[in-house]
Design a protein around this ligand. Structure first.
Ligand code: BG6
Length: 489
């Protein structure tokens, strides 16, 4: 099956931080894929900008290297790589000084194309860059794209949003949460709202609880400097995981327009029961990995990776969240994420309530409640766990088996990276998969008191051995409610 591709309008995209990790690993490969699929018109231009003095040719060489490293050989060819890099140019700019701005103005020329500024820089530069863009007359009509972290707290998020808002109105600000660009995450909306089957059951009368797991096997790698100032709650829960909670829990929006969807997500965030002081400590578990094993080899602990510093930063968090509204009252959402866990797996598990009465004899075996498992990565797909009769004679014996739809088997196409979809959405002017300012701030409002409770408790995070499923307290967190974390049988 081939994917349908509709070309976007011509655009000028300026990537600040063009020599950085995000640009090299994600943005340049994503743009290449869209270009090779014929979605980017010939007159589109991509201008890299950063402090480093580079010629256009040197930037193109860097982009070529990025494609060789980050796009599998079977997915690129020399002709389209050459044609793609020919669209690239470069301007050296000092974000906080005057150098390079006149050159950028000259390179862009009078505006004809859609104009997008992607700030693939640290958040401390968002304000200064936006200010300079406005001062040089580049902000009017243009769109700006920013990434997390948007602040470290509600207060600092407001300051970042104010600085962006001083130059760009909200309808031209695109705050990326790359989880919203993942195919399976969007599929959650298709599953819920394009099928008659689930929505009537999607409430506390039929759903017992929901689990969201985002488990990684990697450690903090080269990002310890940033990560130690953030931790798992800020790095993953405040954004990615709460966005997943919103998509699972929101009411059906009137349509898929940006504000219709974002209004519904915001209501979920505002309905989260606050976790403060005692309830925050009771409903959360923090962990930090110590040395262990991963991918068959020994790995160092978090503190060793940091250089044997003392740190209370959590690399794992598990939480019980509750949503106080008519649909979800009494349905806990168990959330967990961590680095150096046993497997790389991200999934949403919707656990239905048990049947009210069994007509089967004990010899049929236990009847396990239905579960809908949405696998975000790897092996993207959806499984609906059902009870069926074990085939063959010998009486009624029941088995718990999945109706299994693996996207790779059904569609057989390359699963596009989230950034491909999101970049093209910016060009199309579609904000549906981007976070609005009030969503980001509502998420901080919920997360802030948990962070405060941890700080006040002065307790160290619980240690867990790298390559395991986190501290045993995380298992206890769900088991004391007589439930268990989902494991594939
Ligand atoms: C990022 C976090 O936002 O998401 C990282 O900062 C994390 O710490 C990453 O590793 C996970 O993304 P993905 O797409 O690999 O699940």
């Amino acid at each position: 099956m081939t994917a349908r591709v509709i070309a976007v309008e011509p655009f000028d995209l300026v990537v600040f931080g063009a020599t950085g990790d995000l640009a090299v690993r994600k943005l340049i490969p994503a743009l290449y894929h869209r270009f090779a699929d014929g979605q980017i018109p010939g007159s589109a231009r991509v201008i890299g900008a950063s402090r480093r003095a580079l010629t256009n040719e040197a930037f193109r060489d860097m982009a070529r290297d990025a494609l060789e490293t980050h796009v599998p050989a079977g997915q690129r060819d020399a002709t389209s790589v050459a044609a793609f890099v020919a669209r690239l140019s470069y301007v050296a700019i000092d974000a906080q000084g005057e150098t390079g701005w006149p050159e950028l103005v000259a390179a862009l020329g009078p505006q004809v194309n859609i104009r997008v500024f992607y700030l693939a820089t640290g958040p401390d530069l968002f304000g200064p860059i936006c200010e300079q863009l406005a001062a040089h007359g580049l902000a009017s009509e243009a769109r700006v794209v920013v990434e997390k972290p948007i602040g470290k707290s509600l207060e600092s998020a407001r300051a970042v949003n104010d600085a962006i808002g001083a130059a760009f109105p909200e309808e031209r600000v695109y705050r990326i949460d790359h989880y919203l660009g993942k195919e399976t995450v969007q599929n959650l909306m298709a599953l819920r709202f394009a099928n008659a089957l689930f929505e009537p059951l999607w409430n506390s009368a039929h759903i017992d609880h929901v689990q969201i797991t985002v488990a990684e096997t990697l450690g903090v790698e080269g990002r310890a400097g940033y990560y130690d100032t953030a931790g798992a709650l800020r790095d993953m829960v405040q954004n990615h995981i709460l966005q997943l909670v919103c998509l699972v829990a929101m009411e059906p929006p009137t349509n898929l327009s940006a504000d219709a969807v974002r209004d519904e997500k915001l209501k979920v965030l505002k309905s989260l029961v606050p976790l403060t002081d005692g309830s925050a400590l009771e409903h959360s578990v923090r962990g930090q990995y110590r040395a262990g094993a991963s991918a068959g080899g020994p790995v160092r602990g978090y503190l060793e990776e940091l250089g044997n510093a003392a740190s209370h930063t959590e690399t794992f968090v598990a939480l019980r969240a509750d949503i106080a509204n008519w649909r979800w009252a009494g349905v806990p959402f168990y959330l967990r994420t961590g680095k150096r866990l046993a497997n790389r797996v991200s999934e949403i598990v919707v656990a239905f309530r048990p049947i009210p009465h069994s007509v089967f004899d004990a010899s049929a075996g236990p009847i396990v409640a239905n579960r809908l498992v949405i696998r975000l990565q790897p092996d993207e797909g959806v499984k609906l766990w059902l009870m069926i009769k074990d085939p063959g004679p010998g009486g009624m014996r029941l088995q718990h088996v999945p109706l299994d739809m693996s996207f790779a088997t059904v569609f057989g196409v390359r699963n596009p990276d989230a950034y491909e979809r999101l970049l093209m959405d910016v060009v199309r002017g579609n904000q549906t998969l981007f976070m609005r300012r009030d969503e980001v701030e509502a998420a901080w409002s919920w997360v802030g008191p948990i962070l405060d409770a941890w700080t006040e408790s002065r307790e160290a995070p619980r240690q867990y051995t790298a390559g395991t499923w986190g501290p045993s307290a995380a298992i206890a967190l769900i088991e004391r409610d007589r439930r268990t974390w989902h494991e594939e049988e």
